[in-house]
Design a binder for this molecule. Structure first.
Ligand code: PLP
Length: 381
């Protein structure tokens, strides 16, 4: 089955009790048994739920993995993965990491004795230098947020495998339509389904897909033992969102291309960051491992004073000022004062995250309308 068919059919059968073509929302906490221990595969809804199960099988097919395991949020999914490790182990992660992932490693797991190191992951030598005999997991995020750097998944996974280290790719920004990390050698792929998979800004959910049964069984054990499971309604909404994943992400990529072109030609715009640009430092890697370059675009202004960026941020009418990404509607954000406000200013600027940097999650609206909106907002600068 090709990807565009899998989003609609993989793991999905008409409901056996009614023939309903859409997966029902099994809103139940328990299941009646015919006799003690005699049941239809479901005993208690933390352990298993048919709506969740269909979503897990569909995600496994989209990521070309052995099985999917769903959680109440993207961070709950990461939390479950980190529980595969123990005190004394080490994690190496990208230094341009989703803020919540950084916080989970530093503030929750470090006090339990799980140490983390953060490196520029696109620099293989820096990565190799950070590995120790205690390193058990390399956590890859690509494209990164908000600088849209690209990590060479195959190169990192080859290095990890040669040292017996497990790899996980946070595939939230790309979605499986653009990139399937398990095919490039990763052991695990993780998603905030809150973003592109759900796609309509109406739920919070997380997922992991494992390449092999050994890891998926251990993750199902953590899912049941720690209990951070999603509700059936949210699983249904993600299944429904996934049915148009290929259409939405392709349109977002096409719209982003038009936005990038427009920003590049605009006299008030400074840098434009997008992996589709031929002068992006990792453009070749992106072209190799991604089907297209994604709907996220970052740019800054030639006049780098924050008040100039605020004029743009408060001036757009179609791009809404909000955190999150990957929905059908276009969003605009200011990392320096929103998602990355906790990073000291000097450190932030040294990393390329300037005061006027603006991040766009380009939606699926009409491209001409989006360009017109940016044009009138930039005219205020
Ligand atoms: C949003 C996000 C997360 C966290 O997911 P939640 O569903 O909000 O818990 C993790 N990684 C990335 C890249 C994200 O964008």
């Amino acid at each position: 089955m090709k990807f565009n068919t899998k989003v609609i059919h993989a793991g999905i059968e008409p409901d056996p009790s009614s023939g309903a073509i859409m997966t029902p929302i099994y809103q139940t906490s328990t299941y009646v048994q015919e006799g003690p221990g005699q049941h239809k595969g479901y005993e208690y809804a933390r352990t298993g739920n048919p709506t969740r199960r269909v979503l897990e099988q569909n995600l496994a097919a989209l990521e070309n993995g052995h099985d999917g395991i769903c959680f109440g949020s993207g961070l709950a999914a990461m939390d479950a993965i980190l529980k595969l490790l123990k005190a004394g182990d080490e994690v190496v992660a990208s230094n341009d990491l989703y803020g919540g992932s950084y916080r989970l490693l530093r503030r929750i797991f470090e006090p339990f004795g799980l140490a983390s190191r953060f490196v520029p992951m696109h620099d293989l030598r820096a990565l190799e230098a950070a590995l120790t005999p205690a390193t058990r997991l390399i956590w890859i995020e690509t494209p990164t947020n908000p600088l849209l750097q690209i990590v060479d998944i195959r190169a990192v996974c080859d290095l990890a495998r040669s040292k017996g280290i497990m790899t996980c790719v946070d595939n939230t920004f790309a979605s499986p339509y653009l990139q399937t990390p398990l095919d490039l050698g990763a052991d695990l792929v993780m998603h905030s389904a809150t973003k592109y998979l759900g796609g309509h800004s109406d739920l919070v959910l997380g997922a992991v897909v494992a390449r092999h049964s050994e890891l998926s069984e251990r993750l199902h054990f953590v899912q049941n033992a720690s209990g951070a499971v999603p509700g059936p309604m949210d699983c249904f909404l993600v299944l429904r969102g996934i049915k148009t994943l290929h259409l939405r992400v392709q349109r977002a990529c096409d719209n982003a291309r038009a936005v990038v072109q427009f920003l590049r030609d605009h006299p008030k715009v400074g840098r434009v960051l997008h992996p589709g640009l031929s002068d992006h430092p990792q453009h070749e890697v992106a072209a190799r491992q991604m089907r297209d370059f994604g709907g996220m675009v970052s740019f800054d202004l030639k006049d780098d004073r924050p008040d100039q960026a605020w004029k743009v941020l408060s001036g757009t009418r179609l791009f809404s000022l909000a955190e999150s990404l990957g929905g059908v509607e276009s969003l605009i954000g200011h990392p320096a004062s929103m998602t990355h406000a906790s990073i000291p200013r000097e450190e932030r600027i040294a990393n390329g995250l300037t005061d006027s940097l603006i991040r766009l999650s380009v939606g699926v609206e009409d491209a001409g309308d989006l360009l017109e909106d940016l044009d009138q907002a930039l005219a205020r600068v």
